[in-house]
Design a protein around this ligand. Structure first.
Ligand SMILES: Cc1cc2nc3c(=O)[nH]c(=O)nc-3n(C[C@H](O)[C@H](O)[C@H](O)COP(=O)(O)O)c2cc1C
Length: 375
């Protein structure tokens, strides 16, 4: 008999009913997931610090102490002056961006757009530290750090407030570095995932990370959008799942109709891994912006943080003005399974029910009871 609830170190650590972590840039999704028994984690890659403060105020009233935040900490340690970095961008790259901005009809970012999107794609630790100081003034219970570990001073502030630290990783080596920096939980994110990814698949990565950081609990990420995939993650030794793409098609997300319809129509072959957004490999839904950067006329993307600084205003303007061809979203290969728009509570309920059934079916298969196996 399979229990109706999940109970392990992760559910205890975060006081949640289901070991389902949901990354989203949309506060309404974060709140809905936390209310449905998982843990919602707000992304900070697409907003200004002022806008982040406003979103966290809202979450503090909706789900106080029951949500997390995710901040990108690139492993770039020196203090970077943005003006100085900008001077390193070759003129030929600026000309190429100007050309495709005109070709795609993107237009300029307004003052309101600048306030809203801020320096969201700017991969520097100084920028990350500014976001972290905003987050520390709010009622977060978890702090996830991607690309690199959280710097020591911020880690101490998190410990003082008893905020759990979650380290996002794409290789066993990264997992060990996150562990050495003090992470309480490690996320093993395979290359199938949306966003910044390495090149190892979830199936191969998760058991390696589980072994590398044992006994620290691990969450599996990348390619998980159903209960069967959640069950597989638990079988690989993970104690929960960290999901992203699936929430883009939740009702609460209210995604722009252009992107929503593209996601609904996409197959698992319609995502690409490209350096054209930030200078580090990001998996995204294929679009015209990507195709132009792949064309013969395109220069090679610059290393981070240069590429982000180069393209950020144009990508933010495309979002602001709804320019379909340049509007992009990180999306993982599970997009091929995302075929409807549903409320978060229903998505969590069907995922957990399917997971429990899948574990039951697998258990009975292992017990070799021919004829009694059913879905
Ligand atoms: C729209 C979107 C934006 C993302 N941005 C970030 C980010 O800023 N930081 C981060 O750690 N992960 C980011 N991710 C990755 C998720 O945290 C998560 O690891 C990933 O989506 C899991 O794989 P899946 O997409 O197959 O569910 C993003 C994912 C999506 C869908």
């Amino acid at each position: 008999m399979v229990s109706e609830r999940f109970s392990n170190r992760v559910t205890e650590m975060f006081r949640i009913q289901h070991p389902i972590f949901a990354f989203s840039n949309e506060p309404r999704v974060v709140a809905a997931v936390s209310r449905s028994g998982g843990l919602g984690v707000l992304g900070t890659g697409t907003c200004s610090s002022e806008e982040l403060d406003r979103r966290l105020d809202w979450l503090d009233t909706e789900v106080p102490g029951r949500y997390g935040i995710d901040i990108l900490f690139p492993v770039i340690t020196e203090e970077l002056d943005v003006g100085e970095i900008e001077r390193q961008i070759p003129a030929s790259h600026r000309e190429f961006v100007d050309k495709i901005v005109t070709q795609l009809g993107i237009g300029a970012l307004s003052d309101e757009g600048r306030r809203l999107y801020g320096e969201g794609h700017l991969l520097t630790n100084r920028w990350a530290a500014e976001l972290a100081s905003v987050a520390l003034a709010h009622r977060i219970c978890a702090f996830a750090t991607a690309l690199g570990p959280v710097p020591g001073d911020i880690f101490s502030a998190l410990r003082e407030r008893d905020i759990k630290v979650i380290g996002m990783t794409g290789s066993p080596g990264q997992a060990r570095r996150q562990l050495a920096a003090g992470a309480d939980v490690i996320v093993a994110q395979g290359t199938e995932a949306a966003g910044h990814v390495s090149d190892i698949t979830t199936m191969v990565l998760v058991p390696q990370v589980v072994d590398a950081v044992s006994p620290t609990p691990v969450l599996a990420a990348g390619g998980i959008a159903s209960g069967r995939q959640m069950a597989a993650s638990l079988a690989l030794g993970a104690e929960g799942v960290w999901t992203g793409s699936m929430w883009l098609l939740s009702q609460e997300h209210g995604l722009d109709a252009v992107l929503r319809d593209r996601l609904l129509a996409a197959s698992s072959r319609d995502t690409v891994r490209t350096g054209a957004l930030t200078g580090k490999p990001v998996r995204m839904l294929r679009n015209k912006w990507y195709d132009l950067w792949e064309s013969d006329a395109a220069p090679a993307p610059l290393p981070a943080p240069l590429q982000g600084i180069l393209v950020r205003p144009a990508l933010s303007a495309a979002l602001e003005h709804h320019v379909g061809d340049a509007m992009g979203t990180p999306a993982g290969q599970v997009v091929g399974m995302m075929n409807s728009v549903r409320p978060v509570a229903e998505m969590i309920e069907s995922m957990t029910a399917e997971c429990l059934t899948a574990l039951d079916v697998a258990g009975r298969q292992a017990a070799r009871e021919p004829g009694k196996i059913s879905r």
